[in-house]
Design a protein. Structure first.
Length: 753
């Protein structure tokens, strides 16, 4: 039985040293389990569904069940499949099992993520899908580069139909278990004018030629092998006598099919999950997988883990009543032996700024009680909500850390937007370099490197060099024209700045430059978040007197952020918070349109509403001691004030578990405060920080340029030797022996004796 592990005698000896007074049918690792947990651990044969509520100890059940399989000699370490979703979860499980059964855990060959286990299988049978065992697994950059090659070979505009869009489309196909030959008619029609299916075939063929896989192929190829080669499937069905699955509610179609095939022989499959915490539908997770488990495996033993070891009674009461509004669920009610604790606080505030002030005050009071900032978390529905809290905490000097992504001002799209805005204030070489080809303008790295080399040669700033070079023949016409257009745009925007507010100017630049359109065309999951962040940036400009004042504020914010210490409040999205817990949890922005997300409701209707409600449930159950919900009566949306209604989820909270407080009075001076916000926050703080970063090597070309006259022989590093035929200040027209007539800068020439 123990083909890949230690003999039975090792297991027997390992447990012989139990105390004499302990029953042999109750090994040490079963002690301390509650009745439901013990049931899940000891019910070893047949299909088992463990519905594990939040904070109910599911990881302990899973690891203890695995240890019990070995203790009961039902299977050896090499005969158990245990799959998780993250490497972190797999490592934690392996460590816990090792703590229970010792070195035998090292023989758990098939304990890992879906993709790591699939990779093992694929290495062994690679030739069955046209690969060799030495196949390469492409990272994201290599995948996008390969897709770009395919799009160009098919004469598809990769700016309109981006490689990232296609990569996401392919990922969606593979999550559904669709190889190119099984793609349903019509799927992929929305990409490249109906060419998505053909491109998918070309992409998969190219991967085979390269002996490579992308991440999705690991599962798809092993699934294909099982479906097309029954003998291979049968060998794994015989070998893997027991299957354990973590977070089953997050499985996609391909993972579901893969598991069902492997479980067909023995039906010894135990899945652990919580249908009420299925929140990843947007990346392919199918909550129906867990909802129909009893149909897929008739006679399944169902265990509901409802005793919560995390939260207080009021928090669990509020969360349970909220999630009970969902129709598509298996149903369970969490309870705890802990005290009722503090009711969930629901607070109505005047606006987003008041919300940030309120939470900042709460955190200072939390510190005054001797508690740690690291015990508190702010969980937002959308990343753009973070900015108000970040700025408030910087003002108060409260350390914070953004989990699962960069801070607001460190995000790619915000840095890009700031670079555009810096160019409105001064010729900023670093800003110019960042956005000169963002979005793509046909100005490649080689062109940029040549421009920088020219700037060094002439001891001039980069932008000054570019303004000179676009009037010459130093660069290919395509790059020269693109640079000239970009410089014209910058000059036009600077002219517009004389008659527009800095908020209107920012909107104009982001739209006119094509930057907004670039993210609108991007179909990656985070593209919409980037667009929301840009809108939040434009909105925040309204509270500053001038663009230089805003940029100065950003410079100080970025500098202060580096001082955050270890004891810092956590800011993250609700999705990123799953699996975590904190004594104090803030849940801001519970307003219809924000939470539940109007975009999600528009796209998926009732199914989206139920997933949004599950997300609210996840947020509430992250709190151990104190949960505080807030919603604002007014929000500044895209530069205009709008009234906001409380989220429908607020109405679904039970009165007996909630303490509702209204703080709707306008703060900081009443209505007139809105007229003062900008001046209060945007007082000049010194010289614009970017000026100091500009190269300190300016000179007056009119005085320092070398002097040439008509008829002089000159040498150019690119065009060779020629004769000056016209002089136009610091620019010359030269008739080169090989390159013909070219207009060049005098700085790039040297005299030929």
């Amino acid at each position: 039985m123990f083909s890949l592990a230690l003999p039975h005698e090792y297991v027997h000896t390992m447990f012989q040293e139990m105390p004499d007074d302990m029953s042999l049918d109750l090994p040490p690792f079963l002690q301390g389990l509650n009745t439901r947990q013990e049931d899940a651990v000891r019910q070893l044969d047949g299909p088992v569904l463990v519905l594990a509520g939040a904070g109910a100890g599911k990881t302990r059940v899973l690891t203890t069940r695995l240890a019990n399989l070995l203790y009961e000699r039902r299977a050896g370490p090499g005969e158990i499949l245990c799959v998780t979703f993250t490497n972190k979860a797999a490592r934690e499980m392996r460590e816990r099992v090792a703590g229970l059964i010792g070195p035998m855990a090292e023989g758990l060959r098939f304990l890992g993520t879906f993709h790591s286990v699939s990779a093992q299988i694929l290495r062994r049978h690679a030739e069955l899908v046209g690969l060799t065992p030495q196949f390469t697994i492409l990272d994201t950059d290599d995948q996008l580069r390969l897709i770009k090659q395919i799009l160009r070979a098919e004469n598809i505009d990769d700016k309109k139909w981006t490689p990232k869009q296609f990569a996401n489309l392919v990922d969606a196909f593979k999550n559904r278990g669709w190889t190119p030959d099984k793609l349903p008619p019509g799927d992929g029609n929305h990409f490249a004018q109906g060419r998505g299916a053909k491109l998918y075939t070309l992409y998969q063929d190219r991967l085979r030629t390269l002996n490579a896989c992308d991440f999705g192929d690991l599962l798809l190829h092993s699934l294909t092998i099982f479906l097309n080669h029954p003998d291979v499937l049968a060998s794994y069905q015989r070998r893997l006598k027991y299957i354990l699955v973590d977070e089953y509610q997050d499985t996609n179609v391909a993972q579901y099919l893969w598991l069902r095939l492997l479980a067909q022989a023995h039906h010894n499959i135990c899945v652990v999950g919580d249908d009420d915490q299925s929140i990843y539908g947007w990346r392919g997770a199918e909550v129906d997988n867990i909802l129909r488990f009893e149909t897929d495996f008739p006679g399944a033993h169902v265990v509901r883990l409802e005793q919560n070891y995390r939260s207080t009674g009021h928090i669990l009461g509020a969360a349970s009543s909220l999630i009970a509004e969902n129709q598509r669920r298996l149903g369970k009610t969490l309870w705890t032996e802990a005290d009722m604790g503090t009711p969930v606080r629901v607070r109505a505030v005047w606006d987003g700024e008041a919300e940030a002030r309120l939470i900042g005050d709460d955190l200072e009071a939390w510190l005054a009680r001797g508690r740690k900032l690291s015990d508190a978390a702010i969980l937002v529905r959308a990343a753009f909500q973070m900015r108000a809290f970040e700025e408030r905490f910087i003002t108060l000097g409260l350390p914070y850390v953004v989990i699962g992504g960069p801070r607001f001002f460190e995000r790619q799209e915000i840095r890009d937007a700031h670079a555009y805005l810096r160019l409105m204030v001064a010729d900023d070489d670093l800003a110019f370099e960042r956005v000169v080809n963002t979005p793509k303008r046909g100005i490649g790295d080689a062109t940029l490197q040549k421009l920088m080399q020219m700037a060094r040669m002439t001891n001039m700033p980069l932008m000054s060099t570019v303004r000179e070079v676009v009037q010459t023949d130093e660069l290919p016409a395509r790059a020269r024209n693109a640079l000239a257009r970009f410089l014209n745009d910058i000059d036009r925007w600077r002219q517009d700045a004389q008659s527009r507010s800095h908020q209107e100017l920012a909107e104009l630049i982001l739209d006119d430059s094509g930057y907004t359109a670039m993210w609108q065309a991007d179909k990656s999951p985070n593209a919409q978040t980037r667009l929301e962040n840009l809108k939040e940036l434009v909105q925040s400009l309204a509270t500053f007197d001038s663009l230089p004042a805003y940029l100065e504020h950003v410079a100080l914010v970025m500098d202060l952020e580096r001082d955050a210490g270890e004891d810092a409040v956590k800011i993250m999205t609700l999705h990123a918070a799953k699996g975590l817990e904190f004594p104090l949890v803030f849940l801001p922005g519970w307003e219809d349109g924000i939470f539940p997300s109007q975009r999600a409701l528009d796209e998926s209707g009732q199914a989206a509403l139920e997933e949004e409600r599950r997300l609210a449930y996840v947020g509430l159950t992250r709190a151990r001691e104190d949960a505080r919900i807030s919603h604002a009566a007014n929000r500044l949306v895209y530069g205009s004030w709008q009234s906001s209604l409380p989220s429908r989820f607020v109405d679904e909270l039970p009165e007996q578990h909630v303490d509702t407080v209204s703080e709707l009075a306008p703060q900081s001076g009443g209505w007139s405060a809105y007229g003062q916000m900008g001046s209060d926050r945007a007082a000049p703080l010194g010289h614009h920080h970017n000026k100091a970063a500009l190269p300190q090597r300016r000179r007056n070309p009119a005085h320092d340029e070398p002097s040439f006259h008509r008829g002089a022989l000159v040498r150019h590093s690119t065009f060779g030797i020629g004769e000056v035929i016209a002089v136009e200040g610091n620019k010359l027209v030269v008739s080169f022996d090989d390159a013909g007539d070219k207009r060049v800068m005098a700085s790039f020439l040297e005299a030929v004796d």
